[in-house]
Design a protein around this ligand. Structure first.
Ligand SMILES: Cc1cc2nc3c(=O)[nH]c(=O)nc-3n(C[C@H](O)[C@H](O)[C@H](O)COP(=O)(O)O)c2cc1C
Length: 374
């Protein structure tokens, strides 16, 4: 790739200068310890990701409350006792000259507990989640703010709120999931209230100078759900809050397995058109797009065509942690592609086993297979 490429041009996000347009979007792997603390494996993994040449690593989702854990091996940020481990993680990424954000999340009706909280008691599998009271909503907003404060105290350069994949923030905006009759349900304004209040509470807690990004669900890809036309309006509302970026994605845990999504997901740059819709809806907020961006040429054309400002790599970077250096021509070897019909990493995390990439050399796969979890 030529030196004057957009992919390798810097960009300013709030107070931060990103050396290039390549970011890692969050990729939950279940590499944390069972108690949600930072493990040796997670440090090793993020060191490798930080050495990749990407300018920003957004670390996978960390739970803001015990009731919002997505799995038993999710990172936790719901107590000050987690700050020491998270500081080590931020430092590990910084030591490679790379910026680090941590994503914070409440899984809501997708949480790893039979006592799930949600905007409304809409059945998920065999479980009927509990409709959140107004007090529980207030407590959850405060828990997001406290978690963001811990992210800042841990030394991360910014915090990302997980408004994607159908987790709690996006459950509130969904007319399919949110059937409330109070100020948090019904009209679009009411459904948007929970994420908007959460962003404001987080910003109040960490200060307006501290970058707060948002993982943004552009479409649930399900019938009678949250779609791109409403997402464009939400994006405009979030932009008014001076968010650091919107990291656009589509689909939830319920759409992930349906055939049209499975087919779409195999295509290179499959989420870029949604990112473009959101980019056109906002005026100044930087947009990240991810979704099987396998080739530097694909990434470059997204930037040149103005469909997004930043490229997000998740499985792609996991498959080939040298992707950015190879794209820049610093390493003269072919990029190892993520196999579109594999999904081993996703299936493995769903099953609760430790994932590796099937494209890795045998000794690297073996190092994961022989790793003893704490
Ligand atoms: C195993 C797995 C775990 C993921 N974990 C997260 C997560 O914690 N937070 C998040 O916002 N997105 C998560 N994602 C979505 C990715 O950030 C990304 O949007 C998606 O995988 C498409 O990009 P890719 O084709 O480069 O993987 C995850 C995806 C996979 C496959």
């Amino acid at each position: 790739m030529k030196k004057e490429s957009m992919l390798f041009s810097p960009i300013k996000i709030r107070t931060l200068i990103l050396a290039n347009r390549i970011t890692m979007t969050p990729l939950y792997l279940g590499y944390a310890n069972k108690d949600g603390t930072v493990s040796e494996l997670i440090l090793k993994h993020y060191r490798k990701m930080a050495q990749s040449g990407a300018s920003l690593i957004v670390v996978e989702n960390a739970a803001i409350h015990e009731s919002g854990l997505g799995s038993p091996f999710t990172l936790r940020v719901d107590n000050d006792s987690y700050i020491a481990g998270l500081s080590k993680l931020a430092e590990t990424i910084h030591n490679e000259g790379t910026l680090a954000f941590l994503q914070i999340n409440h899984a809501g009706r997708y949480a790893f507990t039979p006592h799930r909280l949600a905007p409304s008691p809409i059945k998920i599998g065999d479980i009927i989640p509990k409709e959140m009271t107004l007090q529980e909503i207030r407590e959850t907003i405060n828990a997001f703010a406290d978690a963001a404060r811990r992210v800042k105290e841990s030394g991360f350069d910014g915090v990302e709120l997980h408004g994607g994949t159908g987790y709690l923030l996006s459950q509130f905006v969904s007319p399919r999931i949110n059937k409330r009759n109070d100020i948090y349900g019904g009209s679009m304004e009411n459904r948007f209230r929970f994420p908007i209040e959460t962003i404001k509470a987080v910003q109040n807690k960490v200060g307006t100078d501290y970058p707060v990004g948002y993982r943004f669900l552009a479409d649930e890809l399900l019938p009678q759900a949250f779609h791109i036309d409403e997402a464009e309006i939400l994006a405009k509302e979030i932009e008014k809050l001076n968010i650091a970026y919107l990291s656009v994605m589509v689909g939830t845990h319920e759409s992930l397995h349906i055939p049209p999504y499975v087919e779409m997901e195999k295509n290179e740059c499959y989420m870029a058109e949604y990112a473009f819709r959101i980019k056109r809806a906002v005026s100044k907020t930087p947009i990240i797009t991810a979704g099987r961006i396998q080739t530097p040429e694909g990434a470059e054309s997204i930037l040149r065509e103005g469909r997004a400002d930043l490229i997000g790599l998740a499985r792609i970077l996991f498959a080939d942690p040298l992707w950015p250096k190879k794209a820049q021509g610093l390493i003269k070897e072919p990029i190892v592609l993520c196999n579109p019909i594999c999904s081993h990493c996703l299936k493995s995390t769903m099953k609760g086993t430790l994932p590796y990439c099937t494209q890795w050399p045998k000794e690297e796969r073996d190092s994961i297979l022989t790793y003893k979890r704490n």
